[in-house]
Design a protein around this ligand. Structure first.
Ligand code: ADP
Length: 353
């Protein structure tokens, strides 16, 4: 991790108010190797208190790597090669995540920010009871808490995620996948963090259970007020649960928009392709066309727009000039030359792109 170390706590930007809970600026992550993989490229995001920020993209576009960077959980060969990630506490003070080390970082991870992975439900220890595993969080982070208080809190947490507290005595194999994932969510919420990063938290579950768990997350978020970074390849799902969403392609954000506006007015051809990739929510089944082709190999140097080889609207500058994430007046940021004033096409194509 090469984010600037040793940065002191400082007050947040006055202009931002206390509404912001996290800000990532120009974050880049590389996996070292004979040909390094530039998995995350200059990504910037802001997370507001209580909001759900969705991050969507096909497999291999850098979503998980970004999630690990945001929680400072990158392990070699991954390393952050640039950028700053700041966390804003309730009292308005700012912490540069890169400045945290050892104990401070460990505490930070559960107390302020926690993470739920797709495979987390399988990471529960098979030979230890659920209750004991939940209690471990308190044993580690609340050493002063006595046994009965720990147990009471674990029972409360299980109940909060819709599981009978008597299940504290169960072993992971005695619970369904959905229940195990609820246990993991309960653990992530144990210390009341302000941010929960969820990486495909429901993907391994069947559709009905997935729906129940999403409703549960939404209910808990409304009740407890934490913010969520929700990562998935499923844009339909994100449109439902996100306040804002970022579309990621080849390590970059290519569109960063209010979720309710994207369905009808997506600007990036990749986003529009993703929107065509699932059946209409109103029940009218459409052809699952997806986006033909596949994303580029992130070990290669990318020239021009990385989406150009797959883009239905490709034109000359796309092959040579890398698009920047720009917000046209009155709109949201999009990295596409169709919307860049320097390339007049956007002004002449009349199809609302
Ligand atoms: P996503 O979550 O969108 O599927 P990832 O963040 O997992 O994407 O991967 C982004 C890129 O980083 C991919 O090209 C992937 O091959 C590469 N990558 C992921 N993990 C490793 C690793 N441990 N070592 C080397 N490359 C990796």
């Amino acid at each position: 991790m090469t984010a600037p170390m040793g940065t002191e706590r400082r007050p947040p930007d006055a202009a931002l108010g206390n509404d912001l809970v996290m800000r990532a600026s120009d974050v880049s992550v590389e996996y070292a190797g004979p040909r390094p993989t530039r998995a995350v490229r200059d990504v910037s995001l802001e997370l507001r208190r209580g909001e759900v920020l969705g991050i969507v993209g096909e497999s291999g576009c850098g979503k998980s790597t970004l999630a690990y960077a945001l929680t400072r959980m990158l392990r070699p060969p991954a390393r952050m090669t640039g950028g700053v990630i700041e966390y804003f506490d309730r009292d308005g003070s700012a912490v540069d995540l890169g400045s945290l080390g050892g104990e401070e970082l460990r505490a930070f991870r559960w107390e302020k920010i926690s993470m739920v992975f797709q495979s987390a439900m399988n990471a529960l220890n098979p030979v230890t009871g659920i209750g004991s595993q939940m209690e471990d969080v308190f044993r580690t982070h609340r050493p002063g808490m006595d046994r009965s208080a720990r147990r009471a809190r674990c029972a409360e947490l299980l109940e909060m995620v819709g599981i009978d507290p008597r299940r504290l005595r169960s072993y992971p194999h005695e619970l369904s996948g959905g229940m195990r994932q609820r246990v993991v969510i309960a653990m992530a919420l144990a210390l009341e963090p302000q941010i929960v990063v969820m990486d495909e938290p429901t993907t391994a579950l069947d559709v009905l259970v997935q729906r129940e768990i999403l409703d549960e997350i939404e209910r808990l978020r409304a009740q407890l007020g934490f913010s969520v970074v929700f990562i998935t390849h499923d844009l339909a799902l994100l449109l439902e649960i996100s306040d804002r969403l970022a579309v990621m392609y080849a390590g970059r954000f290519v569109e960063y928009a209010p979720a309710e506006q994207v369905a009808g007015a997506a600007r990036h051809p990749y986003t529009r392709g993703l929107l065509r990739s699932f059946p209409d929510l109103r029940g009218e089944r459409r052809e699952m066309r997806g986006v033909p082709g596949s994303p580029p190999d992130l070990r290669h140097t990318l020239t021009g727009c990385p989406f150009a080889p797959r883009c239905e609207s490709v034109f000359e500058p796309c092959h040579t000039v890398a698009p920047r994430l720009l917000a046209p007046a009155g709109s949201w940021p999009v990295a596409c030359h169709l919307h860049d004033r320097r390339f007049a096409v956007a002004q002449t194509d009349g199809d609302g792109r």
